[in-house]
Design a protein around this ligand. Structure first.
Ligand code: FES
Length: 104
């Protein structure tokens, strides 16, 4: 399945994602170093903040309270904000577009 990543400059790149990765890992492992993912996916840093295509909203797992709290600390949160490490990239998300959030 493919994930479409939009970097902070607005450039789109489609990447192939192996099974079992989260959106954060898929972005990081494809060399997008603007996605820091400092905590390595423990839901404690919020540097994996992305905006997801609203068309896929219903297919995403619900947000935990921890994720919600962390996103609240960002100045760039909007209704499509998620932490990439909290979203497993499952095959039904093929074609999902995510935009790396601006730096806080
Ligand atoms: Fe730290 Fe997602 S990588 S919260």
């Amino acid at each position: 399945p493919k994930l479409i990543v939009v970097n902070r400059a607005g450039e789109e790149t489609a990447v192939d994602v192996a099974d079992g990765l989260t959106v954060m890992e898929a972005i990081r492992d494809n060399g997008f170093d603007e996605l820091l993912a400092l905590c390595g996916g423990c839901c404690s840093c919020a540097t994996c903040h992305v905006h997801v295509d609203p068309a896929f909203k219903d297919k995403l797992p619900p947000m935990s309270e921890d994720e919600d709290d962390l996103l609240e600390s960002s100045d760039h949160r909007d209704e499509n904000s998620r932490l990439g490490c909290q979203v497993p990239f499952t095959p039904d998300l093929d074609g999902l577009k995510v935009t790396i959030a601006q730096e806080d």
